[in-house]
Design a protein around this ligand. Structure first.
Ligand code: 13P
Ligand code: SF4
Length: 305
């Protein structure tokens, strides 16, 4: 039996649903029941009636699914699939920083640990961050964590001053402006589409800035035929499926190589998915007291989304 059929059979046996982020390998995207950006995946995880959620993404995404769905079994194909942004905010350091700024409301990007979520007032993703910030009274003092690049972009977009935690995504911070300009010169007809986790010197060249879903929708629905995609290249698989005749060019990093795959996301494989479904392992577990604290800011976000 080929591996795709094996996964389908196991999925049925376990009454499992497979969720996958757009940064997964194309094979994983093709076998998933539901694909989405971080917000859509959290919303889907909240509603599913499957017994098992096989989450092809990274650890913080699976934690989010478990926080929202404590009675379900949540499995991640590779438990080592972490996130540089989430790792940039160790809970102890984060706690002492927010304690020093205790008059601030803490908005945390969903790319953070359950512990950091539990210390936050509200969570956001790249697709609802502006809305979440604008929902707070104008005079409210705000901390934004852990992504300083997304935070700087949002300060500019919303006009709100925010204290920023010093974290960044290792995939998005290494795109090169010099190489991007060279690429655009060679492809003047191509529009630059960028994720807001990129630095400001990259974002200033983009004609559209948005979440993975927004980038995919824009590229496939626009009348323009050629795009330079400044995010993890996994999104291009969806674009090629929806609008196969367009031209999608990956953006170069500082070495001039268009090879910015997320090393964490790409740890998941079809073989590890089979193992996870056969053994219902590795499972994500969260102590109930922590889960309840992390649930509050997540529910606040979902209510506003
Ligand atoms: P979105 O899918 O919400 O745009 O997030 C991108 C990302 O970096 C996820 O790790
Ligand atoms: Fe984390 Fe960046 Fe990978 Fe997303 S792409 S999981 S933010 S390291």
């Amino acid at each position: 039996m080929d591996i795709f059929n094996k996964i389908k059979k196991l999925k049925k046996k376990r009454n499992a649903v497979i969720l996958a982020h757009f940064y997964q390998d194309p094979d994983i995207q093709d076998v998933a029941d539901f694909m989405g950006d971080s917000l859509a995946l959290a919303q889907y995880a909240q509603q599913t009636d499957a017994d098992v959620i096989l989450f092809c993404g990274v650890h913080f995404m699976c934690e989010t699914a478990k926080i929202l769905n404590p009675t379900k079994i949540v499995i991640l194909p590779d438990l080592n699939a972490g996130c540089s942004l989430a790792d940039s905010a160790p809970p102890k350091k984060f706690k002492s920083w927010i304690n020093k700024n205790s008059e601030h409301t803490v908005i945390s990007y969903i790319n953070c640990s359950a512990e950091v979520k539990a210390m936050s007032d509200i969570i956001c993703t790249s697709s609802n961050a502006e809305k979440i910030i604008n929902s707070l009274p104008e005079d409210e003092k705000i901390i934004f964590a852990p992504d300083k690049l997304l935070g700087s972009y949002l300060v500019k977009k919303t006009g709100r001053e925010m204290l920023l935690w010093d974290g960044a995504c290792q995939v998005h911070e290494i795109f090169s402006e010099k190489e991007l300009i060279k690429l655009k010169t060679r492809n003047p007809e191509a529009e630059i589409l960028a994720h807001p986790e990129c630095s400001e010197n990259i974002l200033q060249h983009a004609s559209m800035i948005g979440s993975t879903t927004k980038i995919i929708n824009y590229a496939t629905q626009s009348e323009i035929q050629s795009f330079i995609i400044v995010t993890e290249p996994g999104v291009i698989h969806q674009m090629e499926k929806i609008a196969p005749n367009k031209n999608y060019i990956t953006a170069p990093n500082q070495e001039g190589c268009s090879c910015n795959e997320c090393p964490h996301m790409r740890l998941n494989t079809l073989e590890k998915m089979v193992f996870a479904l056969e053994n219902l392992e590795p499972q994500i577990e969260i102590p109930e007291s922590l889960r309840l604290k992390a649930l509050k800011p997540l529910e606040r976000m979902l209510a506003l989304s």
